[in-house]
Write a protein that binds this ligand. Structure first.
Ligand SMILES: Nc1ncnc2c1ncn2[C@@H]1O[C@H](COP(=O)(O)OP(=O)(O)O)[C@@H](O)[C@H]1O
Ligand SMILES: N[C@@H](CC(=O)OP(=O)(O)O)C(=O)O
Length: 243
């Protein structure tokens, strides 16, 4: 099985999501089981993007209500993609909240994962080969309230599932060809790095925009989760990250 993660840019509109669905279809035929992790659609200003949702309320202090509000972005995105996949004839199921199994503490806005329960996911894979889960969120064990895993946290969701489900690889589909020598949106003279170690990846994450969330890269390094960071738009291999 593999895990595929699609971020805000990939999920932003139907045109991009058509490319997303093509990637999922291909992955099902190659790996049989695919867990799809999605982020909220688009970036600030787009209707259901995380920053747009958070702008709806004045208080920026992380709390039950800010985390529930931002978690809605990924719930919307996952619901829409799951419906679109079904329309395309792909047998897909949406799991979230307790069924998604990511249990955290109650540090709203930057919750720490305490437990991952893949029972529902494993049971669901007995019937379908594609499960869609919203990234960036967990729930607390005691009160079952939604929490979020820090900005960019869908990357962490994907890597965590990759580890607990023993995935062949975790794929990240980006608007860049992979990890480059530096951010291609800031520097013209850049080259793709076709493979790198976890340590090298962690060193690369130093600019204002992270190619992958720092916490996710750290977790991958700790558990040796194989990563493939690649473009949604080009059918070329990107960057493989391993030990
Ligand atoms: N070394 C690098 N190589 C590639 N991209 C980089 C690098 N450093 C920073 N970036 C930035 O990381 C971004 C990764 O995409 P991101 O917005 O995080 O996607 P997603 O929504 O899928 O999480 C790129 O758009 C790019 O601006
Ligand atoms: N939507 C969340 C989580 C996330 O990981 O998003 P993206 O994959 O678009 O960076 C955020 O903006 O922080």
């Amino acid at each position: 099985m593999i895990v595929q993660k699609f971020g805000g840019i990939a999920m932003q509109d139907h045109q991009n999501r058509k490319l997303v669905m093509a990637r999922i279809k291909k992955a099902i035929s190659m790996h049989q089981q695919v867990l799809v992790v999605v982020s909220a659609m688009g970036r600030s200003g787009q209707h259901y993007a995380t920053d747009t949702l958070l702008d709806l309320i004045p208080n920026s202090v992380s709390s039950v209500e800010t985390d529930l509000l931002s978690a809605c972005g990924e719930l919307i995105s996952a619901s829409v993609l799951c419906a679109e996949l079904k329309k395309e004839g792909i047998l897909a199921t949406l799991l979230y909240g307790k069924s998604a199994g990511i249990i955290t503490n109650d540090a709203y806005g930057d919750a720490q994962i305490e437990k991952v329960d893949t029972t529902s996911i494993a049971a669901t894979f007995q019937h379908v080969n594609c499960i869609v889960v919203p990234g960036f969120q967990g729930i607390t064990e005691e009160t079952q309230t939604f929490t979020t895993l820090g900005r960019g946290g869908s990357d962490l969701t994907a890597v965590v599932y990759g580890h607990y489900l023993n995935a062949d690889v975790v794929e990240f589909y980006k608007n860049v060809p992979g990890v480059m020598t530096s951010d291609p949106f800031r520097n013209k003279k850049v080259e793709l790095i076709s493979s790198m170690t976890y340590e090298e990846l962690q060193h690369k994450i130093n600019g204002p925009v992270e190619v992958i969330q720092k916490r996710a890269a750290k977790f991958a390094a700790l558990h040796h989760v194989p990563l493939h960071i690649r473009s949604l738009y080009e059918d070329k291999e990107g960057t493989f990250v391993f030990k």
